[in-house]
Design a protein around this ligand. Structure first.
Ligand code: ATP
Length: 148
């Protein structure tokens, strides 16, 4: 028995498939959603969504958003989301540096709260991508290595 999962970000469909379990970074903590789960609506924290089948596991970074759970389907509307396997770490590292430098300059010039919040969010997104790439890609490599 499986549950359908769709992960949609503001600019694209990131994942669609039938899976055994979806693990979400819900507002009140990590939630494992199995087929026939009771309906619910939750906001999502910055974190990682994991979808698992008997033969496969995929991880997606999610920079906030919401999830709607129905017994047959989980729909995630993410502010930004990407498959960890597709994360460009060079791009994330340069986004992180750009945001850090701009924040430092903003601190000196004082004041603009909107600009501060935008840069702070950009910094959190890039840190999330870098952390997830490190965590999940290393985990996969060591699993493969131990199987060899
Ligand atoms: P950047 O400054 O590098 O564009 P950003 O945090 O401003 O980073 P977003 O606006 O969150 O980027 O995302 C724009 C699109 O690019 C989304 O589809 C997102 O999934 C994708 N994306 C952003 N950063 C990366 C990355 N490092 N690797 C792969 N895809 C990324």
């Amino acid at each position: 028995m499986t549950i359908r999962c769709e992960i949609v970000s503001q600019d694209r469909k990131v994942f669609e498939g039938d899976v055994d379990i979806v693990v979400l970074p819900g507002a009140d903590g990590e939630m494992g959603i199995l087929p026939h789960h009771a309906p619910l609506l939750t906001t999502l924290k910055f974190g990682v969504i994991t979808v698992r089948t008997k033969t496969d596991e995929q991880n997606f970074t999610v920079a906030g958003g919401m999830a709607e759970v129905q017994p047959q389907i989980v729909t995630v509307l993410a502010d930004a989301a990407e498959n960890v396997a597709e994360i460009d770490t060079v791009r994330a590292e340069s986004a992180r540096q750009r945001a850090q430098e701009a924040l430092a300059n903003l601190d000196k010039s004082g004041g603009d709260m909107d600009a501060y919040l935008d840069l702070e969010a950009a910094l959190r997104r890039s840190n999330l991508r870098l952390d997830a790439a490190k965590r999940f890609r290393t985990a996969r490599r060591s699993t493969v290595a131990s199987e060899e």
